[in-house]
Write a protein that binds this ligand. Structure first.
Ligand SMILES: NC(=O)c1ccc[n+]([C@@H]2O[C@H](COP(=O)([O-])OP(=O)(O)OC[C@H]3O[C@@H](n4cnc5c(N)ncnc54)[C@H](OP(=O)(O)O)[C@@H]3O)[C@@H](O)[C@H]2O)c1
Length: 274
């Protein structure tokens, strides 16, 4: 299902004025495709993009939630909001998503991949089906759709691909190594894609959030202490505007924490229960 809605209350001149007045750096980011648009983190990013008058194409599973989101983002200032309902784990639908993006938001300049799942680690240890589903959603399907959108931007020799992976991918931990290995594999894939697309002027950003308060984590202990999605979204939007850094840790403290974690010798690390 696809729908298009526009916001005639935000004229082009105002958007241009926001950009020229806006914080020193003129943004190349005007037309953004979000894959996994109903995620808690994506939602916070989309609200900030709407406030900047961006044109958005939202892809997610639930037509009803997409319709609600479309209405909300238009009220918040998005210039237009297109929606496309699809299960992103169904790789056979990916070509249709790219085709829709080409036809309806032809010169999109930014793609944010935000969807993912975090199944219970123990379930993935006990069930190969659960394990494979976790790897499929977070790694296989993500690399498949990035391959399509990456080739499109490569052909145009411009644009930005931003991919939410996780700090969980920096080291295989006892408590969540299945999710972590999918995200770690995705981070490596994105790193290689960045090297491939750099010579043709396409930016590829790896986004590694620490724990964030979203539906994915609200069942976890101490989740009220996790970062707020709005804070993480501010970092992401700044990176999308600047098309840098190559690897964004958000909140920033996780860059230093994970540098330390990566350096713990394996002989000690395997004894840690976290
Ligand atoms: N929250 C954290 O602490 C944290 C930390 C590091 C990285 N991340 C990553 O950040 C990204 C966003 O997660 P979040 O925290 O915002 O959690 P979230 O609100 O639970 O979002 C996950 C999103 O992925 C979507 N999704 C899952 N499988 C899908 C499929 N097959 N097709 C289409 N959409 C699918 C879900 O769609 P439905 O709405 O239809 O279920 C949901 O909108 C994920 O990649 C996650 O791994 C999160």
């Amino acid at each position: 299902m696809m729908t298009i809605a526009t916001n005639s209350t935000v004229p082009r001149t105002e958007v241009a004025a926001r950009e020229s007045a806006g914080n020193a750096i003129a943004t190349p980011m005007k037309k953004v495709v979000v894959l996994g648009a109903t995620s808690g983190i994506a939602l916070a990013v989309e609200r900030q993009l709407a406030h900047r008058g961006c044109e958005l194409l939202l892809v997610a599973r639930s037509p009803q939630r997409l319709a609600e989101l479309q209405a909300d983002l238009l009220i918040r200032g998005a210039k237009s909001v297109l929606t496309y309902a699809a299960d992103l784990a169904a790789i056979q639908h990916h070509a249709g998503i790219l085709d829709f993006a080409r036809r309806t938001l032809a010169d999109f300049d930014t793609v944010l991949l935000a969807y993912g799942s975090m199944h219970d680690q123990t379930d993935c240890e006990l069930s190969v089906d659960a394990l494979l589903e976790e790897l499929h959603v977070n790694f296989v399907s993500a690399t498949a759709i990035l391959t399509l959108f990456g080739a499109e931007l490569e052909r145009r020799r411009s644009g930005c691909l931003a991919v939410i992976t996780s700090i969980a991918g920096d080291r295989g931990r006892r408590a969540n190594y299945v999710y972590g290995s999918a995200k770690g594999g995705l981070s490596l894939f994105v790193q290689g894609l960045r090297s491939r697309l750099h010579p043709v002027g396409v930016s590829v950003i790896t986004i590694k959030p620490g724990p964030v308060q979203t539906p994915m984590t609200d069942h976890l202990a101490n989740s009220e202490r996790f970062a707020e999605p709005e804070q993480v979204a501010r970092d992401i939007v700044r990176a999308l505007e600047r098309r840098a850094p190559d690897v964004l840790y958000t909140p920033k403290v996780w860059r230093y924490v994970m540098a330390a974690v990566r350096h713990i010798p394996e002989g000690i690390f395997k004894r840690l229960s976290f």
